[in-house]
Design a protein around this ligand. Structure first.
Ligand SMILES: Nc1ncnc2c1ncn2[C@@H]1O[C@H](COP(=O)(O)OP(=O)(O)OP(=O)(O)O)[C@@H](O)[C@H]1O
Ligand SMILES: [Mg+2]
Length: 227
């Protein structure tokens, strides 16, 4: 049933919010190390698809297989362990903890899974260096630019070496130059560590960094292979 070599496979997902259908038979799959851009009009179901794939929102029907396990059959506790240990997230707004420094923000996912402070901060510092934001380590998120904050969020998503990175409009708040720089850093880092990236974006420029594009329209996914 699972396409050969796929890491994450969703089949025939349905999700409605009250009487509003968000997903209507959406299917999706991604290989390790693959970067897939999810495009489509506003309200078409992109974020809902991403949230279902990431185990944040349960679909009403359909299956989601991850590494041979069915996400929809797991307990909440199992799903949240999976999210913490195997997945990374970059969202557009409000994702950094304002009271923590940028370094502490990047180290946070490791701290939450039990890594000691020194080791966590060492790993965080390495990722911040790769993303060229070492200079904001000691600042709080409110004291850095939008582009720097976005890079802090990317570093934080990658610090646990996730198998899948979910990014919903990760460059939405950035001008095109900064957006492209962040995409370059994100995709380079992901390809180096064979992290699969599910990338929701409106922008063709951003999608150009992907290996493959799919389009969500009215709650279903269409492949854009060869387009
Ligand atoms: N929490 C929610 N409660 C009610 N309806 C929702 C909720 N989230 C999404 N929807 C509805 O589900 C549909 C799909 O929304 P979704 O957020 O997945 O779209 P999207 O493609 O990500 O759009 P955008 O590009 O604007 O972010 C829309 O009709 C939306 O109004
Ligand atoms: Mg959305």
């Amino acid at each position: 049933m699972t396409p050969a070599g796929s890491l994450l496979v969703a089949e025939d997902l349905h999700k409605a919010y009250g009487s509003t259908p968000a997903l209507v038979g959406a299917s999706f799959s991604i290989h390790p190390g693959e970067v897939v851009a999810v495009m489509g009009p506003s309200g078409s179901g992109k974020s809902t698809l991403l949230h279902c794939l990431a185990g944040i929102v349960p679909p009403d029907a359909g299956t989601i297989g991850y590494g041979g396990r069915d996400l929809t059959a797991m307990s909440d506790a199992e799903r949240s362990t999976l999210r913490r240990t195997e997945f990374g997230f970059v969202f557009q707004f409000g994702q950094l903890v304002p009271e923590l420094t940028c370094l502490e923000n990047v180290a946070l996912p490791l701290r939450l899974s039990g890594t000691r402070r020194k080791a966590a901060e060492r790993a965080a510092a390495e990722w911040m260096e790769r993303l060229e934001i070492t200079d904001v380590s000691g600042k709080r998120p409110g004291e850095v630019s939008g582009g720097q904050g976005q890079r802090v969020a990317v570093a934080r998503a990658l610090v646990t070496s996730p198998r899948v990175l979910f990014a919903d409009e990760p460059t939405g708040a950035l001008d095109s130059l900064n957006g492209e720089r962040v995409m370059q850093l994100l995709t380079d880092a992901a390809r180096e560590s064979s992290t699969a990236v599910v990338l929701v974006t409106h922008e063709a420029r951003v999608a150009a960094y992907s290996d493959r594009e799919v389009v969500v329209r009215d709650g279903t996914v269409r492949d854009m292979a060869g387009v």
